[in-house]
Design a binder for this molecule. Structure first.
Ligand SMILES: [Mn+2]
Length: 306
């Protein structure tokens, strides 16, 4: 895979891009279903089928902003997990704080490096996931897909975990003992009081925020193809409401976003959901910053019959 594209759009150089998509076809510690190394390319291929127009905000984002899909970052055969995550962190940091950087996974452990690179000082991580990911190590690796939230907690970040419905008893004990973790289980969010508590927490957010999305946080009807699925989870519309609250909050300094753990779907449902989720992130983020009023960037976007 050389430099791939999103929505078939030409890639701007990173230096002039407003949005950088960083493919992370990383697959080293999967413990159940395999194939997530091919998730980023499946999402990008599905994106060719998206409309340029984004219907929630009622505009065509790529008429007003420039995009770059960066070369994919893979762990080299001779590279340790630690070195790979350090390289992901360096690459993500070098994209510059002014750009929206969206990691595309690949297993969730790659988010350890992304967060380290994008949010070097303590902030808040909005973490959508079926799993707590709070293990200090799993199956012998501290860089397992079961561990990213542990790394974030160790780095001093606050966690808002949303859609969780699977945890080890020790992870649940950490929920109770840590004053830096808020948990919203999927069933709580189906009730008005739980949903309203989440709205209050997301509306109150300020400062550096990183949004990490493991697609298994959603209902498998939305993302049927992922490594460690769980029944239940967020509906598509709950997920978009959460994105709107985080990305539309102007007191939030968005450090980065990732969409992880996608496996190519023979039915293409998950691939398309991933592509559309990335499009929504870009649209909501840019619209909240008033980019609809920016001058148009030229003719990146085709006619209806193209
Ligand atoms: Mn998960």
């Amino acid at each position: 895979m050389d430099q791939p594209r999103f929505l078939s759009l030409p890639n701007s150089p990173i230096e002039t891009a407003d949005v950088v998509l960083l493919p992370l076809p990383h697959e080293q510690t999967v413990s159940y279903g395999g194939g997530t190394a091919n998730g980023p390319q499946a999402l990008l291929t599905a994106s060719e089928q998206l409309e340029f127009y984004e219907e929630d905000r009622g505009w065509t984002p790529f008429e007003h902003l420039r995009l770059c899909v960066a070369p994919p970052l893979r762990q080299a055969a001779a590279e340790t997990a630690e070195d790979y995550h350090r390289r992901v962190a360096t690459t993500a940091a070098e994209c510059g704080p002014e750009r929206l950087v969206i990691g595309l996974g690949g297993e969730h452990s790659a988010s350890i490096g992304l967060v380290a690179g994008r949010m070097p000082t303590p902030g808040t991580i909005v973490h959508i996931d079926a799993h707590a990911d709070l293990r200090a190590s799993y199956q012998g690796s501290a860089y397992s897909h079961a561990c990213p939230a542990w790394h974030w907690l160790q780095a001093g970040h606050r966690l808002i975990q949303i859609g969780v419905r699977s945890a080890h008893a020790q992870e649940a004990a950490l929920w109770r003992s840590s004053d830096r973790i808020s948990v919203f289980r999927d069933r709580q969010l189906c009730r008005a009081d739980g949903w309203h508590r989440l709205i209050a927490e997301l509306t109150d957010l300020s400062g550096p925020v990183y949004l990490s999305i493991d697609v298994d946080g959603f209902d498998p009807a939305v993302f049927p193809s992922t490594g460690t699925p769980q029944p239940g989870g967020l509906s598509w519309h709950q997920g978009l409401d959460i994105l709107e609250m985080v990305l539309g909050n102007r007191r939030v300094q968005l450090a980065g976003v990732d969409v992880m753990e996608l496996i190519p779907d023979p039915m293409r449902i998950a691939d398309m959901a991933g592509a559309k989720l990335v499009q929504k992130v870009i649209s909501y983020w840019a619209a909240a910053r008033g980019w609809m009023d920016r001058p148009r960037q030229g003719s990146q976007v085709g006619a209806p019959d193209e």
